[in-house]
Write a protein that binds this ligand. Structure first.
Ligand SMILES: [Zn+2]
Ligand SMILES: [Zn+2]
Length: 386
């Protein structure tokens, strides 16, 4: 609205007007449940939290429908409105000069500038908080009630041009910040009294911290009990291998979500992603990519079933030997997994690797001189005959 003329003059709404000339302020719908611009102006200027009841009209003392100057607005009934029209305005269209301005509420008008951007933001904020159940009061958790939800429990919203966690938005709004104030490497930690509740958007339960702190919060709660206190080695090799097998043996659309696996193991999802691709924790073994179709079928069904023998080329056997023997014992995949990958059984793979069969294929059939002697540790399963 144009507030430049001063308090005695009309402040016409500069946006869309309806057929009767009244301003249509769409953000008002989420703000107080009406698009009627002068009504929104009245409610905000008087510092009211809610719209007036529908039968209470906001009347124009200036008889000028687009005017949003709160000093020109007063509340009354339909009857008052009609009386104004014939007594005050003599059925002449406005604007009319206003002799008796509406006095400001105690403490002055709440919205002096009528800055629409500010109002639009307020409306968005009101809409955001409406999606959160804060009915239980400050002491309890405020669950996210909207449908937009991430796989692992967090409410998600589109805010300031990006999709982000609802709790993050709750945190910044409560503290009068913007999302940009919190680095992307930082997380919003849930410090709910009953244990971290990812659904909670009560700002009093939220605190900004690092991903590492976040994981410690969870471990401290015993949600992701891991035995020893050191974060980086929390997930055992056996678990990493099982994780890979679970992931890669599932059909494409049915694989567990990285976030779900991350939550289960108490690590960052990017870490899970690296493990699954073999970009870290190679020593754990297990598949780090798509299994071959036969192998997949075999991993899905019970191992030890009668195997349908498939023809594997000499080149493939040689490649298998080279790959297997070129890495330190700890990094070798288990014969069970190699068998699953190739679509054969582990005994056959063991025999190939050790040159007990398919000698014609060529390639190394044992440790090279250099790597012999490095062999140690419990993870060297591959060398054992199954
Ligand atoms: Zn006016
Ligand atoms: Zn909470």
């Amino acid at each position: 609205m144009d507030t430049s003329p001063g308090e005695a003059e009309c402040w016409p709404f500069l946006g869309t007007l309806n057929i009767d000339g009244y301003g249509q302020y769409h953000a008002g719908r989420t703000l107080i449940g009406t698009v009627s611009a002068h009504r929104v102006a009245y409610v905000l200027a008087h510092g009211l939290a809610l719209n007036l009841p529908a039968h209470r009209l906001v009347r124009h003392l200036c008889a000028n429908p687009p005017c949003c100057n709160p000093a020109h607005l007063t509340v009354g009934s339909q009857r008052d409105n009609m009386a104004d029209r014939f007594r005050l305005h003599r059925d002449r269209p406005g604007p009319h000069p206003v002799r008796t301005l509406t006095p400001p509420p105690p403490g002055g008008w709440r919205v002096m500038s009528g800055d629409l951007e500010e109002l639009a933001r307020k409306a968005l904020e009101a809409d955001f908080w409406r999606k959160i159940d804060s009915g239980g009061g400050d002491a309890v958790c405020w669950p996210w009630t909207a449908a937009s939800r991430h796989d692992f429990g967090y409410g998600f919203v589109y805010w300031e041009g990006r999709h982000t966690q609802a709790a993050r938005v709750a945190y910044v709004l409560h503290h009068g910040l913007t999302l940009a104030c919190i680095g992307r490497d930082l997380v919003v930690r849930h410090l709910c009294p009953g244990g971290g509740n990812p659904d909670c958007c009560n700002p009093r339960h939220l605190m900004v911290g690092t991903q590492k702190q976040n994981m410690h919060d969870r471990l401290a709660e015993g949600k992701y009990e891991r035995g020893d206190g050191h974060f980086a080695t929390k997930v055992s090799n056996r678990e990493v291998r099982a994780l890979r097998e679970e992931y890669w043996s599932a059909p494409h659309g049915k694989r567990p979500k990285l976030e779900a696996l991350a939550l289960r193991h108490g690590v960052y999802w990017g870490t899970i992603h690296r493990w699954l691709r073999g970009a870290g924790r190679q020593e754990a073994g297990g598949p780090t990519g798509e299994l071959e179709p036969e192998a997949k079928a075999r991993t899905n069904h019970a191992r030890g079933e009668a195997h349908r023998m498939v023809k594997i080329s000499d080149a493939r056997v040689r490649e298998l030997r080279e790959t297997y023997w070129s890495v330190p014992p700890k990094q070798r995949l288990s014969t069970v997994l190699l068998a699953a990958r190739l679509g054969t059984d582990s005994k056959t793979v063991w025999n190939w690797l050790h040159g007990k069969s398919r000698l014609s294929a060529g390639g190394p059939t044992g440790d090279s001189v250099q790597s012999r002697g490095q062999q140690s540790g419990e993870e060297s399963i591959p060398d054992r005959q199954p």
